[in-house]
Design a protein around this ligand. Structure first.
Ligand code: FES
Length: 153
């Protein structure tokens, strides 16, 4: 259940948006931050707040890579797998992270702390290979630097 202060904040952001769909990503991100991921409950709550159907919210949630429809760790490493990063070693970086974290891409470490997700272009192509942790972009980055950022070296 959404705490009242968060509900008020979200209602205000929706009221200031040009369209409800425009507000949807921000609402989902705030609910995701509150719950840790975009739970079914969060989808329903977002739909009620936005005046959309749960299916419409679901469609938006599954479209955006930064909205998680399943549990993730508190630290999520997004590894870009688009062309510039791929050509600069992004694929190797992802494989090295899989090896060091002992998980496959898409997975979460056994302690639940770190999730590793491939993603499309992060808009940081000039600094390939690029990753994003939280809202922070990093690149060009080595596997050791990435592991340092999530406390796994
Ligand atoms: S191709 Fe990786 S950030 Fe653009």
């Amino acid at each position: 259940m959404i705490p009242e202060p968060l509900k008020t904040e979200l209602q205000s952001s929706i009221a200031h948006a040009v369209t409800r769909r425009e507000a949807a990503v921000g609402v989902m991100k705030r609910l995701q931050s509150h719950y840790g991921w975009m739970t079914d409950e969060a989808v329903t709550e977002a739909a009620e707040l936005l005046g959309l159907s749960p299916l419409q919210v679901e469609e938006l949630a599954t479209f955006y890579e930064m909205i998680y429809r399943r549990p993730v760790g508190p630290k999520v490493i997004h590894v870009c797998d688009s062309i510039s990063c791929w050509s600069m070693g992004g694929e190797t970086l992802l494989q090295q992270l899989e090896h060091h974290l002992e998980i496959s891409a898409g997975g979460t470490t056994g302690d639940g702390a770190v999730t590793l997700l491939p993603c499309s272009c992060l808009g940081n192509c000039g600094n390939a290979p690029a990753i994003m942790i939280g809202e922070q972009l990093h690149g060009p980055i080595t596997v050791q630097q990435a592991l340092d950022l999530v406390g796994r070296r």
